[in-house]
Design a protein around this ligand. Structure first.
Ligand code: NAP
Length: 320
């Protein structure tokens, strides 16, 4: 026994989130050992080379053997099938959790495969970047960010508390809510904004009277900040929209109504309505900054990404 919070952590999926969990766990000394599995041998090899895991597997079932904490860090749509695959290999007493950006469908798809004596507590760290893969992770990703846990009513309270302590030790603040409420909140704070970004970038790309090179050249007028969000992983986001359909459609309905109000105000020269709506929006930005969820510098999270780039560049320099 190592006396650590967990003897053995198994990461199923070692991309941005899985690798960041590894970095932050090591920073806080939370695990006796960290093992992992990915879809491709190349990712497993990279994760080994970066020291993210001590042992790597392509089979998730082999990876979870003997682990007292198993974290599913794959795209949302794979959580159910992987839960089925690892079910018989999970250690009695282990905590099984995930980091998926949608919660109700994961609880629906994973819970039926969780054996008696294993504690399943679904989770979602509200932290990320547009980067993917094992090299994208960094220890500070979760610092000061919220992690939402969505246990079921009959989930063991001690397992929930232990997982909460784990996320706090990774740097997060933790809130507990139902999976359905999570999906509603995230539909407006994350999912619809990503859809808008994907859409505006595609609209700009298909204009006839404005060339692509002009769009790129003059992008600092606002467009470039949408391109950052729209650079997010297509597989991850496809799964988010397929799995949070109702809440996203609900929020999109409201969004379209408000967009129509703006459209009418522009058409009829109603400056008061425009000014009022823009003033309300500006106040929300101030609240986001006051809540510590961004800084007033206009870098839109690029500081965190820059840190990784700088680290990678320094590493490359030391290696050459
Ligand atoms: P990512 O960087 O693309 O990594 C995904 C990982 O899953 C890769 O290591 C991939 O392996 C692995 N994988 C795919 N299929 C697998 C399988 N069948 N068995 C085992 N591993 C498999 O993705 P991410 O950004 O870390 O996102 C992971 C999860 O976190 C998603 O559910 C997402 O909703 C959630 N999340 C993401 C963010 C964000 O901003 N990115 C924020 C919060 C939560 P290969 O490399 O071999 O393909």
């Amino acid at each position: 026994m190592s006396g650590k919070m967990f003897e053995r952590i198994a990461l199923i999926g070692i991309g941005l989130i899985g690798s960041s969990i590894s970095h932050a766990s090591r920073r806080a000394g939370l695990a006796g050992s960290i093992v992992g599995s990915a879809r491709t041998p190349a990712t497993v090899e990279t994760a080994m080379r970066l020291g993210l895991i001590e042992q790597g597997f392509v089979s998730p079932a082999e990876a979870v053997e003997g682990a007292d904490l198993v974290i599913l860090c794959t795209p949302v749509g794979l959580c159910g099938p992987i839960a089925k695959e690892i079910s018989r290999s999970l250690k009695p007493g282990a905590i099984l959790t995930d980091v998926g950006s949608v919660k109700a469908s994961i609880v629906r798809d994973v819970a039926p495969h969780v054996p008696k004596g294993v504690h399943f507590v679904a989770g979602h760290p509200i932290a990320g970047t547009e980067q993917s893969g094992p090299e994208a992770g960094f220890a500070e990703l979760f610092d000061g960010r919220w992690c939402i846990l969505t246990p079921e009513a009959d989930t063991d309270g001690k397992a929930v508390e232990k997982l909460q302590s784990f996320w706090e030790a990774l740097g997060s603040k933790v809130e507990v809510m139902t999976p359905e409420h999570h999906d509603l909140v995230l539909a407006i704070t994350s999912h619809v904004p990503h859809l808008i970004a994907y859409n505006i970038v595609n609209t700009a790309a298909h204009l006839e009277k404005v060339t692509d090179s002009e769009v790129i050249k003059f992008s600092a007028g606002g467009f470039r900040d949408f391109t950052r969000i729209a650079a997010s992983d297509p597989t991850m986001w496809r799964d988010v929209f397929l799995n949070n359909k109702d809440a996203v459609l609900d929020m999109l309905g409201r969004f379209s109504e408000d967009l129509s109000t703006l459209q009418r105000a522009i058409r009829f020269g109603d400056g008061d309505t425009l000014h009022e709506m823009f003033t309300d929006a500006r106040a929300i930005r101030r609240e986001v900054i006051q809540a510590g969820q961004d800084t007033a510098t206009a870098d839109f999270g690029r500081g965190a990404v820059r840190k990784v780039t700088e680290r990678t560049e320094t590493k490359a320099k030391t290696e050459t």
